[in-house]
Design a binder for this molecule. Sequence first.
Ligand code: 6R9
Length: 634
Amino acid sequence: MSEDTTVLLEEKRVFKPNYKIVEEAHIKNWEAELEKGKNIEKYWAEKAKELEWFQKWDKVLDGSNKPFYKWFTNGKINMTYNAVDRWIHTSKRNQVAILYVNERGDEEKLTYYELYRQVNKMANALKSLGIKKGDVVALYMPMCPEAVITMLACAKIGAPHTVIYSGLSVGALVERVNDAKAKIIVTADGTYRRGKVIELKKIVDEAVLRCPTVQTTVILEHTGIPIELSDISGKEVLFDSIIEGEDDKCEPEIMDAEDPLFILYTSGTTGKPKGVVHTTGGYMVGTSTTTKMVFDIHDDDIFWCTADIGWITGHSYIVYGPLLVGTTTVVYEGAPDYPDPGVWWRIIEEHGITKFYTAPTAIRHLMRFGDKYPRLYDLSSLKILGSVGEPINPEAWIWYYKNIGRERCPIMDTWWQTETGMHLVSPLPVTPLKPGSVTKPLPGIEAEVVDKDGKPVPPGKGGHLVIKTPWPAMLRTLYKDEKRYIETYWENIPGGVYTTGDMAHMDEDGYIWIQGRSDDVLNIAGHRVGTAEVESAFVSHPAVAEAAVIGKSDPIKGEVIKAFLILKEGYNLNTALIGDLKKHVRHELGPVAVIGEMVQVDKLPKTRSGKIMRRILRAKEEGLELGDTSTLEE
Ligand code: 6R9
């Protein structure tokens, strides 16, 4: 960081947008838009009119059975009809919808019309395999056009999808597929990662043996590695062979606004992942509006979000949001630093990317290589940058702003969650920015920082971030677990507000600064990993009797795992066992579970009811005071 940026940080300077950004912006007056958003129902109803409904809604928001809110009741709509079909009757028909690029330098472009035909074929193929409205389809796929096609095909016929991140492994896959009772898994032979092929089908082969509901596995031949088809656990068919000969027309299923669109699993405080349920109408309104508003989408944009479709960011801002607003969305398969740490900047130059959306962990990682790589490329096509997944430290913000945005592009630090479905707290391109702050709730959203009794805390003081009023893309429930839905989100803090699980503070200007999670969820490189899931993976190893896991700060990944292990008789935490445990946890949970350190202990701090007090372990780790230990066992 150069001297002037150090000064900037100390000055806490506010970064104002340049005149070009303001001139182009759909929304030029932030304050006025926030004001408009105060009439929540009117605001969202107006936004909903930008979509094509088969039948208009009766009521915008139905809060008669809180917290089971409904949006756009009795409205009839179809996601894929709006994201794909409606564009083929416009000038967008021959515009690129999906631009696929990978780390090997391969490229593929699909226009809206081509996408339309492929989606229809896949939709018909799923029907031929017996999938009907309401049946759950699991995806365990690389970042590739066929993954997007499959999601859209599911949405076209009303079959909720559940996408499982391809970086998760056997244990996680089995648990999610079984919870969702998926009838089909769509996967691929493998995926490219750092010059290697990760064999996805092998993982699925092992998983399906433990997934009784799966009748068919569909395999995409993507990398060309040899695969063997077998019928041990249900039918195995090739992606290409099922779509071959299918009709390229398919009528959209008329969906109720409140029909489920997808289930997406995320980590919670217990070992069991939460199946977050999103429905159709409100999610469409929320994601299309925020894509257009936060990234100020225009006809000539090329939008690149570097997330994976296995996470909510991929659902909302690679697939649905961008296609609903008819832009070109980039699907990138590979690592950020392979074949070299300039690969992303090269893609930006080659394809003239205008809006670029990534995560702080990636920025911190690429920052390590200095400005050498970004300097090699012409990044002048960029107009707006985005950040998501965890707090962005001011140093990374400034690096991103200077070296990637070349001090021209505002950074949209977007705060939201799997559960919220859409951005909730974020600047707009015209918003004055403070590095490290997510600024204010978006128009139509009401958020506040409160104490545990629900009372607003004064500026500068930390508290719980809560959302005070419902929003269209909110989760509707946790799959088959209404009790957990109510307890987790609506009963922690009084006042009928939604508890986010994040701690934050507000400054004198009403700007929000996120501090991190208040619960036992780690944020490893922007991925939510539940401590309980990691602990149960450890305990499933024959050498481990008990495990407690906390987050340990890491300069690149934000957090990594530190595990305290009680081993069974006769075991010692030697190098061989450490290696074996790492392998085991990786096998169960996948590479997202990055282990930084393991220590052998003979006792763990517990409450009298037997709950591990991770807070105590964390406090000891950081040399802080132990705090309230009244519930500690001894
Ligand atoms: C979209 C996504 C949600 C959690 C959330 C918070 C953290 C997300 C953030 C951020 C600070 C931001 N988070 N965006 N923290 N600034 N801009 O990441 O969803 O995987 O469900 O994680 O991520 O802690 O509660 P998800």
